[in-house]
Ligand binder design. Structure first.
Ligand code: GLN
Length: 226
């Protein structure tokens, strides 16, 4: 059996913990990015793993597979409840699909009032990367889009703050304690989006840049051939 406890979870018991949904997809790289920010992390694989978290990342991957696995272990309902109870959640790509609304599969958590259209740029071969101008940052962020969704925010919605666009579509959006990205910040060495999420979680104080930025993520990329 694989433990839900990450390398840092047994340390510094008084410090906040950020969960990463670890059913499928690019969760190891999110864990690496968060830990490079100095955050303590926990893999989330069952409802009890949500207890006491200060935030949660739902990674990119395959949203229908994640939905399926989450439904089977009772986690889907628990994720919805945790979000409605105020847990900050950052959804990247498939994670953003699950956080929003939509008429097609997968079933959505509907925590954020936006439609998220799956595979809206086309097939795997239509994946691309692009420098993005994101409102919170003063220099471009390299966005990696892999079979990415498109977010359709309702016009004039006061709840949604669009923090960046590509071709007129929101690519980074905040709605209260929820953050949605249609690109993959964990695939770059740039930690600014993860740090932004940690700020939303109120855990900035524990963040420290490591001496060798990116090493953990690069090793994981090599190991997993991502
Ligand atoms: N296309 C995937 C889905 O619909 C999402 C892709 C991704 O997370 N990079 O679930």
């Amino acid at each position: 059996m694989v433990s839900a406890v990450s390398a840092t979870d047994h340390l510094r018991n008084d410090e906040p913990v950020i969960g990463v949904l670890a059913l499928q997809g690019s969760f190891p790289l999110h864990i690496a990015s968060l830990e490079r920010c100095g955050a303590r992390t926990r893999r989330v694989r069952k409802p009890a793993d949500l207890e006491g978290l200060s935030g949660l990342v739902i990674p990119g991957g395959e949203s229908t597979t994640m939905e399926n696995l989450a439904l089977r272990c009772g986690l889907f309902e628990a994720l919805g409840k945790a979000g409605r109870d105020g847990l900050p959640i950052f959804g990247t790509c498939a994670g953003a699909i699950l956080l929003g609304k939509g008429t097609e599969r997968p079933e959505r958590l509907e925590l954020v009032d936006v439609e998220v259209h799956r595979n809206a740029y086309g097939r795997q071969v239509d994946s691309f990367s692009q420098d993005l101008f994101l409102a919170p940052f003063d220099s471009p962020f390299h966005g990696v889009f892999i079979r990415a969704p498109i977010i359709e925010a309702p016009p004039g919605s006061s709840d949604c703050e669009i923090l960046g666009k590509h071709d007129g579509n929101p690519v980074l959006l905040r709605s209260g304690q929820f953050l949605l990205a249609t690109f993959h910040p964990e695939l770059t060495r740039d930690l600014r989006v993860h740090k932004l999420f940690l700020q939303i979680c109120g855990v900035t104080g524990s963040c420290a840049e490591p001496e060798v930025p990116g090493e953990a993520a690069v090793n994981l990329l090599r190991e997993k051939s991502i």
